[in-house]
Structure formats: C-alpha cells, structure tokens
Design a protein around this ligand. Structure first.
Ligand code: ADP
Ligand code: MG
Length: 247
C-alpha cells in the first residue's frame, strides 16, 4: 500500500531525515520507533503532505505522492490523526466529527441538504467505533486528555482513510486509556479493515499491536521487520541504550 524509499528532508543544512525506508502492506499495523529527534514526526509530515521531501520517493497504491498538498494526500486515502490543538474546543464532540465527515463529502456549503442527514448517521457510526458516543454532546474543550486523543482519531476517521497515521497516540495517557487505545487500534484494523502507521514510545504498546516495526535513528532507517526480528537486532538495542531513561 505504501512504499517509502530513500526519503530525505533537510532543514537548511540539517538533515532531519536522510534515508527513510518503509513498507506498509494493506491491513497491517506498522510502528515506527526510535529515540527522540530520530525523524519520526518529520517522516509522518512528509507522508501526509505537510512537508515537501528534499529527495527520495513516497508511493501510495502505486502512485507517487511525495510533494502533494495535504488535501490531495487526504483525498488519496491517507489521514493523519492531528494534535488536540486542531480540535475546535468550543464545538461539541459530535460537531467536530461531523465537520470532518461533511468536509469529505464536500457538502460544507450546503448544510441543509440530505447530505447533512447522511453525515449525521456516519458521525454516530464513527463516534461509536471509537467509543465516544456517550460524550457526543460534550464541549470538546472539556474532554479528558484520553478522550481528546480519541476525538482526534474520530476526526481523522471522518476522512474515511485507508491508511491512518498516528503520531504517538498514547502520549500523556493513563495506563487505562493506553489499554483502551490498544484495543481501539486492534478494532480499527480487524473490524474496519484500516491500515495503521504509528510511532510510539511505549514499547509494550508497540509489541502488542504492531505487525511490523521500522526503526529510525538520526534520520535513517536502521532496521525494518517483524517484531521479534527487530527486538533481537543489535543495532536497535544499541540505539536504545543511547536513549535517556525517561524518554
Ligand atoms: P521525532 O519525532 O523522531 O522525535 P522529529 O521528526 O520531530 O523527531 O525531529 C527530527 C529532527 O528534526 C530533530 O532534531 C528536530 O529538532 C528537527 N526538526 C524537526 N522539524 C524541524 C523544522 N521545522 N525545522 C528545523 N528542524 C526541525
Ligand atoms: Mg515526534
């Protein structure tokens, strides 16, 4: 589904990403791991179109997407679960998801057509899939951190992506919220057929949800493979020994 080869991103002379390589097959959960500053977020922003590559290629479903604008990448079927700051805090949970659904249906200017009713059904469906149906009328800004992350995911799902990209989905979550997110990720792939690319510090989460792992260090891919393969890789262990204990 997705193939990244020799991808590069330079900020001036600084090589944030110098040689990223990644394969994501349909239906997989693929995790990108690596120390802080390895280039994981930059990689995701390159794939989602927020940054233009300095070199290399990104192929999605057989077509190059490197350098396309975010809305074009989104239309091809890739959605990035955004940071909570992009949620409209004064709107309800329901409205936030509905806006995403309507934007995809491109009916934003005709809110009183039947499309709006269809969007209502779809919005409920998405809220149920992430478990936020009971919070639908809550003001988004009042959500707990964990529910806010679920709302980000629901908004991303409003685009009906084939590939959902999540940047540290459980950052700042409680152990219970983390567990719920692990279950959600499993449900999204197994029941909804979604393909997921995520990066994550929590190794327990990585090893419990990922089919395959790609390891980045200083902007390059140093390993890619099945969980067990990667766990035993010496270069990977070394990369992690350099990581501060609190990371
Ligand atoms: P990770 O997500 O793996 O922690 P990032 O992709 O956020 O790493 O960052 C990789 C490196 O690129 C870091 O050294 C970071 O400071 C640098 N970087 C990221 N974005 C920019 C930018 N817009 N301008 C300059 N340097 C950046
Ligand atoms: Mg990051």
């Amino acid at each position: 589904m997705l193939s990244v080869r020799g991808l590069k991103k330079y900020f001036g002379h600084f090589k944030a990403v110098s040689d990223a390589n990644l394969t994501v097959n349909q239906g997989e959960v693929v995790a990108v791991i690596g120390p802080n500053g390895a280039g994981k977020t930059t990689l995701f922003r390159l794939i989602s179109g927020q940054l233009k590559p300095s070199g290399g290629e990104i192929i999605f479903k057989g077509r190059p997407i490197g350098g396309l604008a975010p809305h074009q990448v989104c239309r091809r079927g890739i959605s990035l679960s955004y940071q909570v700051v992009s949620v409209f805090g004064r709107m309800s949970v329901f409205e936030n998801v509905q806006v995403a659904v309507l934007a995809r249906r491109r009916q934003v200017h005709r809110l009183f057509t039947p499309a709006r009713r269809l969007a209502v059904d779809e919005t409920w469906e998405i809220l149920e899939s992430v478990g936020l149906q009971d919070r639908a009328q809550a003001v988004s800004g009042s959500l707990s951190h964990g529910d806010g992350k679920l709302l980000e995911m629901a908004i991303a799902l409003g685009n009906r992506p084939e590939l959902l990209i999540m940047d540290e989905p459980t950052a700042g979550m409680s152990p219970e919220e983390t567990q719920a997110t692990i279950e959600l990720i499993r449900r999204l792939t197994q029941k909804m057929g979604l393909t997921i690319l995520l990066c994550e510090h929590d190794m327990e989460l990585v090893f419990s949800v990922a089919d395959r792992i790609m390891v980045m260090q200083s902007g390059r891919t140093i390993a890619e493979g099945a969980c067990d393969q990667v766990r035993c890789n010496q270069q990977v262990q070394q990369a992690y020994l350099g990581e501060p204990a609190d990371a």
